[in-house]
Design a protein. Structure first.
Length: 502
């Protein structure tokens, strides 16, 4: 495909994605709320009217018409959003395949596609049911303006039933957040269960592993932009220490770590920009605040990075626990840490839902110049699998040494914690394990660091509380009950009406 054709296709896809993003923004901020409130309001108004036997119908008429108008507009936008999302998703898929990048072959993509497809179908059904209930209410209102009749009475129950169905289906919607142009736009449909077991670049690899397959492609292009804008002196410094090292990997570790510190309020934007400015050339292609230009848009801005951090915190809280603990050791116990031949930390969630998953992060830093092999043994009763043995080859520190004195968090003139942390995170090794909780109650995890012959060097023990996700069950049960109640309402009214006539 020539560049001209590629640009035309990309422009067409981008326009569709922009429209989809605007509709998605409406659905997330307003549409989802109205999807719950409007049917509930209609149910209440209908019940009041039925109980009062149309005595106050004229008073409720204006309110009814107003609510129905909102209901109609919201249902229309909901349907448009579902159709546009499906079209934009397929257009992106087709475009990437035409330029040689088959997205559907990426691990995790089929899961996202299936989940989004199910949600879009459900949204279409909700919109259709909404239109049916709107039609029933419109006929009922017109009939109620004249003489009361049994048909009008039946229509009020029918409208009530369809509205209950709409409310129930709304509770079954997983999420309406499906913005293809946003770095976390599909995060509600993707959990980072497909990831590398062994982590070489701690921040960069786990950050990358938390991204959905589409955003990963954008991150690859973002990395290329960073590499093209590295300062030559920084590249020379990294290469002088070890010829095989990739400078952009060090740059990513530093950028992500600094951005994380900013997101926590530890350092300000100016400090971060100055630190990154020491290794990066800022310009039209890349700045820390705006990110880098990918396919005509800026991606991985400060806001994007912070949103991804929140997403990691949601799914892999153990990751930031490991980062914070290492930082704490460097600030409070740097002398002890500098003399320790091996640093090991094990982090995991303290509470997880049964039949969900738990992410365990093991971070190791070999404080000896040469590489060294270790064995890690994990006992996890109540989880699947219950026992694991992992062999790890830990990279040596080389010529780098942890300072034996206290150092500041950041500094323009001397070695600081930020610089030491970036190097340790890059040179350290990590293991990212995902286990499945199977038994409720408090379970104990035990992790042993051993020599290759089985000699235990040190161990860690932690407890994890496994609970049942009742909120999820209640939501599903409530949604299903509302749907069944909505279906049964007009049927029961018809039967009861027939019985009275007899």
């Amino acid at each position: 495909m020539d560049e001209t054709t590629k640009k035309k296709l990309l422009n067409k896809v981008s326009k569709k994605e922009s429209i989809q993003a605007k509709l998605n923004k409406y659905n997330v901020s307003i549409g989802r709320l109205l999807l719950y409130l409007v049917p509930l309001t209609l149910v209440i108004l209908t019940l009041v009217n039925i109980i009062t036997a149309n005595a106050i119908f004229s008073t409720l008429l204006i309110i009814f018409v107003s609510i129905l108008a909102i209901y109609a507009v919201n249902a229309l936008l909901l349907m448009m959003g579902a159709l546009t999302t499906g079209q934009a998703f397929q257009m992106r898929l087709d475009f990437e395949r035409q330029i040689g990048r088959p997205l559907d072959s990426l691990r995790g993509f089929s899961t996202i596609q299936k989940k989004i497809g199910n949600t879009l179908n459900l949204l279409k059904i909700i919109a259709l049911v909404s239109f049916v209930s709107l039609g029933i209410y419109a006929v009922w209102i017109v009939m109620s303006l004249g003489q009361p009749s049994d048909l009008g009475d039946i229509l009020s129950y029918a409208g009530l039933g369809f509205t209950l169905v709409t409310a129930g289906l709304a509770l079954l919607v997983r999420s309406v957040k499906m913005d293809i142009t946003d770095v976390t736009g599909l995060s509600d449909y993707y959990k980072p269960s497909n990831h590398d077991l062994f982590i070489d670049n701690f921040f960069g690899d786990i950050f990358y592993g938390s991204l959905d397959p589409i955003v990963k492609l954008k991150w690859d292009e973002f990395t290329d932009v960073l590499e093209n804008n590295l300062k030559p002196e920084f590249v020379a410094e990294i290469k002088s220490k070890e010829e095989t090292e990739i400078p952009v990997k060090f740059a990513i570790e530093k950028i992500l770590y600094l951005s994380y510190l900013e997101s926590q309020g530890v350092i300000d934007r100016k400090t971060v920009t100055n630190e990154i400015g020491e290794i990066m050339n800022f310009g039209e292609e890349y700045t820390y605040e705006r990110g880098a230009i990918v396919e005509g848009r800026y991606y991985f801005s400060v806001s994007d990075l912070h949103k991804i951090f929140l997403n990691i915190e949601k799914h892999i809280p153990a990751f930031f626990d490991a980062v914070d603990r290492l930082q704490l050791e460097l600030i409070d116990n740097i002398k002890i840490l500098s003399d320790d031949p091996i640093y090991l930390d094990v982090c995991a969630e303290e509470m997880v839902a049964k039949d969900g998953e738990i992410n365990i992060i093991l971070f190791l830093y070999n404080n000896k110049p040469a590489d060294k092999k270790y064995k890690i043994k994990i006992f996890a009763p109540g989880f699947q699998p219950e026992e694991l043995i992992v062999d790890v080859m830990c990279e040596g520190r080389g010529d780098f040494e942890i300072p034996k004195r206290e150092i500041p968090l950041t500094s323009d003139t001397e070695t600081d914690v930020v610089g030491v942390m970036s190097t340790m995170l890059k040179n350290g090794d990590a293991v990212w394990l995902t286990l499945e909780p199977r038994e409720k109650g408090e379970q104990t995890l035990q992790v042993f660091l051993m020599e290759p012959d089985g000699t235990v060097i040190e161990g860690k023990t932690m407890t994890v509380d496994i609970f049942t996700n009742f909120l999820f069950l209640i939501k599903r049960l409530t949604g299903s009950s509302s749907v069944l109640g909505g279906v049964a309402t007009p049927v029961l009214r018809t039967v009861m009406g027939s019985g009275n006539a007899i």
